[in-house]
Design a protein around this ligand. Structure first.
Ligand code: AMP
Length: 396
């Protein structure tokens, strides 16, 4: 069975075709600038294909993906019927979805309903679903939600200290994101530890350009750092993370800005980029800090400190952890980041193995055997998780 995984944005569409017998990625690609002009990049094994044919809309993009997959030269299938199902990444499932589901008209209506919570993402996800329904009739479609893994949070964790009526009226609460990644590394961690997933207590740290932590008790999420939106929690590449909420009004008055403009500052001009004035990329920050750039160093210090503080918070939330897991771009690749964060935990006996912490690309324990809380690096694989859920739902 082959599963097509789609991640549809407002002007982009990322895809992977995965062979579920081997978990191999048969083809991977990206359509960009949909509705502007259009560009498709497709890779299959050592073959690469780039097209700049116009992509006026998402129907055109899905058609271009189909053509690339079927192409005699760089294609990987000979007939659309070889695709057993399509798994769609959907950003916001609100309170309606605690797991992945086969897409029906009711599911689409519920995704539409959640658009007010993710106005940039859910409508784009729906456009992708509609395009696939039109162009691949009869192929089952599955929605996999970024928020679903976090739906097990108890009320005490997800409610904000706001009037309860606002939760009832607008569903203002903590939802959390990166759920597919947190779930994937949780399952992998259980495998590596040789324990059933419902017996592990861990803290998962998804540290990429966007970042979040999850507190996982008995395999289930009980708290996470992102909130109603992905702006909350740790300091990120360009997002500010948790700040005093009164700063919004203060900035609107002091700088004469609209709410939208403040939102833009907090989402796009803040985080380690805003603090350092150098870059949102940790490789640039590392280089600048080692050349003596003070603000780059402050940005890195603030990032490490915030992540370590949340780990402390979550150790309390789950009454001590078996393991801490690092994943995503920074978590998987930056040994110096992992070390700086784990140094805050040395008073608990947490100790990294420097040799293992310097390695990359491998799912493994990087703490010494005697560390009471083990530390793991586990490369995330959201696409595989989406494909596995899709396969499971379609084939029972
Ligand atoms: P992601 O959003 O998961 O794709 O992560 C992207 C981020 O990972 C980049 O912005 C970099 O900050 C970071 N990153 C990737 N490779 C490295 C590396 N070798 N060292 C430090 N940071 C890295």
């Amino acid at each position: 069975m082959k599963i097509l995984v789609l991640n549809c944005g407002s002007s982009s569409l990322k895809y992977q075709l995965i062979d579920m017998d081997t978990n191999d990625v048969m083809a991977v690609g990206l359509c960009e600038r949909i509705g502007i002009d259009g560009r498709l990049k497709h890779e299959a094994g050592d073959k690469e294909f780039i097209s700049e044919d116009p992509l006026p809309d998402h129907d055109a993009a899905v058609t271009a993906v189909m053509n690339a997959l079927l192409d005699k030269d760089h294609g990987v299938i000979s007939d659309i019927s070889e695709i057993g199902g399509v798994g769609h990444r959907v950003v916001h499932g609100g309170e309606s979805f605690a797991s992945s589901v086969i897409i029906t008209p009711e599911v689409k209506a519920a995704i539409q309903d959640c658009s007010k919570l993710a106005p940039l993402h859910n409508p784009a996800n729906l456009i992708g679903i509609n395009a696939c329904e039109k162009l691949m009739p009869g192929v089952k479609q599955v929605a996999v939600f970024d928020t679903a893994f976090h739906q097990t949070m108890p009320e005490k964790a997800y409610l904000y200290g706001l009037p309860y009526e606002l939760y009832e009226k607008h569903k203002i609460r903590k939802y959390g994101f990166h759920g597919t990644s947190h779930k994937y590394v949780t399952q992998k961690c259980a495998e590596l530890m040789g324990k059933p997933v419902d017996e592990i207590n861990i803290i998962t740290c998804h540290l990429g350009n966007g970042g979040s932590l999850a507190a996982v008790k008995n395999g289930k999420c009980v708290d996470t750092t992102m909130g109603l939106t992905p702006l909350a929690g740790i300091i990120m590449g360009t997002r500010c993370g948790d700040i005093d909420p009164a700063i919004v009004n203060f900035l609107m008055e002091a700088e004469g800005l609209s709410g939208k403009e403040v939102d833009n500052i907090m989402n796009k001009q803040s985080g380690v980029l805003g603090l350092s004035g150098v870059s949102s990329d940790f490789r640039d920050l590392d280089a600048a800090a080692s050349e003596g750039n003070k603000r780059a160093k402050i940005a890195l210090d603030a990032f490490h400190y915030r992540v370590a503080k949340f780990i402390g918070e979550y150790l309390v939330a789950i009454n001590g952890a078996d393991a801490i897991v690092f994943t995503a771009g920074i978590g998987e690749n930056s040994g110096s980041t992992r070390k700086a964060i784990c140094d805050y935990l040395s008073f608990l006996g947490v100790e990294l193995d420097p040799e293992k912490n310097s390695q990359r690309g491998k799912a493994q324990m990087i703490s010494v055997e005697s560390s009471p809380i083990k530390v793991y690096v586990i490369p995330t694989n959201e696409e595989l998780m989406i494909a596995q859920d899709t396969n499971r739902l379609i084939n029972g």
